[in-house]
Design a protein around this ligand. Sequence first.
Ligand SMILES: Cc1ncc(COP(=O)(O)OP(=O)(O)O)c(N)n1
Ligand SMILES: Cc1ncsc1CCOP(=O)(O)O
Ligand SMILES: [Mg+2]
Length: 217
Amino acid sequence: MMKHMLSLYFIMGSGDCTRDPLTVLDEAIQGGITMFQFREKGKKALTGLEKYRLAEKLFERCKDHNIPFIVNDDVDLALALQADGVHVGQDDEEAARVRDRIGDKYLGVSVHNLAEVRQALAAHADYVGLGPIFPTVSKDDAKQACGLAMIEHIRTYEKHVPLVAIGGITEQTARQVIEAGADGIAVISAICRAEHICEQTKRLYETVMHAKRRGDG
Ligand SMILES: Cc1ncc(COP(=O)(O)OP(=O)(O)O)c(N)n1
Ligand SMILES: Cc1ncsc1CCOP(=O)(O)O
Ligand SMILES: [Mg+2]
């Protein structure tokens, strides 16, 4: 179940969009995203009530289409909305504490190496987000790209952990990412910066699903 939900994980906040975020999400949903993360970050990021109101509207859209709605960083917002889950990184609220606060909601944790994967599992994370795999234009404070080899390395030692790869992933690289051992791809710019969001999302979905089917055989 979780491994399917991670297949095409769309991450977005108002700062990533050149059009209305609700329209962007609608088109991405029509294209076939399997999970959504609300990530409101950056210089012009909405705060307070404005952030809450946008999250609420995006969440409604996700609910209408059975797409899990995950909140980035902001555990209070996730609890206030009764969102489906929270994603935290190594510099955010500690994963074990977040797990205590959110009960059985989904918990995603960012990781960069095998040791962090094991820590995340010890904190009862439902999945890990590994990256950046490639250089990214969407995160100012991103660490150095770890490459496909890090996916293979982690998969060698942790065969079952639900793992989504993130960072600079495109239609051209999605297949390699799945072949290296990821259960899915998490993307911002590959969808937000596409000229035709629905069509681009469909292509990403087909690429990922095709690669996953080949791996199952
Ligand atoms: C699925 C997924 N993986 C990794 C991240 C990055 O989280 P983090 O390192 O906390 O950085 P910010 O996104 O908070 O800037 C993510 N958000 N989602
Ligand atoms: C949030 C995040 N964490 C690691 S890379 C990244 C940004 C991913 O965006 P893009 O898909 O545009 O590279
Ligand atoms: Mg974070």
